[in-house]
Design a protein around this ligand. Structure first.
Ligand SMILES: [Zn+2]
Length: 292
């Protein structure tokens, strides 16, 4: 394989790897889309449990007031019966007071009982609504989960076919080179191989040493068949560590080797600062890789 074919191969491989990496990231992201809905469902269930506890409490209170009311009623009825068998004014007054007191209590307990009954009816209605909402949310979630599963399966199938193409392409390439290349693609937003154009790295827009640009151009022009292509056969951008291949600038190559730097400097200014930091870190890492 001549070097220009190798570069072509790496660019095809780059497309495959970057599509594969995007699909892998999508698969990671898909379940996260359900988190909000899962949280809503958890809140609905929690509030249902709380209402149910309130309902149980109200039921106990209702039973208590019902008993108290029955007691007060029977006390009053007993006192009313005793009215028929009294002899003295004092007995009459005592009974009269008892009847009066019991009637008052009855009235209060009846009010308490009605309040608890209203509360029970209200809670019952709320729980019914909340049950319906929970069922609806659960059904929706199940549907979305199934949809997500389908999407994940579909993406995994795509990945499988990409991996098959990747293996086909990489059979005669050095594993170390492939490892560095794939890692560079992951770190460099899908681009591990970039052109030198007009003396500038198209990955990070830095002006590269003329000698480096010449080296890369010569390799492209050299039609010698190479075997066991490995890391040493490539040139890397010293700033962003991407593999470099050579591409003619539109104006013709003469212009940019003895270029005035104005165009390149303009490119430089376009660069975002944080990009630059990333690139610097990257440079150090790759240097270490070479020493290994
Ligand atoms: Zn670069």
């Amino acid at each position: 394989m001549a070097m220009d074919e190798v570069f072509e191969k790496l660019r095809t491989l780059q497309d495959i790897l970057s599509e594969k990496i995007t699909l892998e990231q999508d698969i990671q992201e898909i379940p996260k889309l359900l988190v909000t809905q899962e949280e809503l469902l958890a809140r609905l269930k929690k509030s249902f449990i709380e209402r149910n506890q309130d309902y149980e409490k109200a039921k106990v209170a209702e039973a208590e007031f019902r008993n108290l009311l029955t007691d007060a009623e029977s006390m009053r009825e007993k006192a009313e019966k005793n009215m028929d068998v009294i002899n003295t004014q004092r007995e009459y007054e005592a009974l009269d007071k008892e009847i009066h007191d019991s009637a008052e209590k009855e009235q209060q307990y009846r009010k308490d009982l009605q309040r608890e009954e209203r509360l029970l009816a209200e809670l019952d209605e709320q729980m019914k609504q909340s049950t319906a909402l929970i069922e609806q949310q659960e059904a929706e979630l199940a549907e979305r989960r199934a949809g997500n599963e389908d999407q994940i399966t579909e993406k995994k199938l795509k990945i499988e076919s990409l991996v098959a193409r990747e293996q086909e392409l990489t059979r005669d390439l050095d594993p170390e080179l492939l490892f560095i290349f794939e890692r560079s693609i992951r770190k460099n937003k899908g681009r591990g191989i970039v052109a030198i154009k007009g003396g500038v790295c198209m990955g990070c827009h830095m002006i590269l040493p003329v000698q480096l640009a010449n080296n890369v151009r010569q390799k492209m022009e050299d039609k010698e068949e190479k075997v066991n292509i490995a890391l040493k056969d490539f040139d890397f951008c010293p700033y962003c560590s991407r593999i470099l291949f050579y591409e003619e600038a539109e104006q013709g190559e003469e212009e940019f080797f003895d270029n005035d730097d104005s165009g390149s400097l303009a490119d430089l200014e376009d660069m975002e600062e944080d990009d630059y930091d990333e690139d610097e870190e990257e440079e150090e890492k790759v240097n270490i890789d070479f020493e290994e």
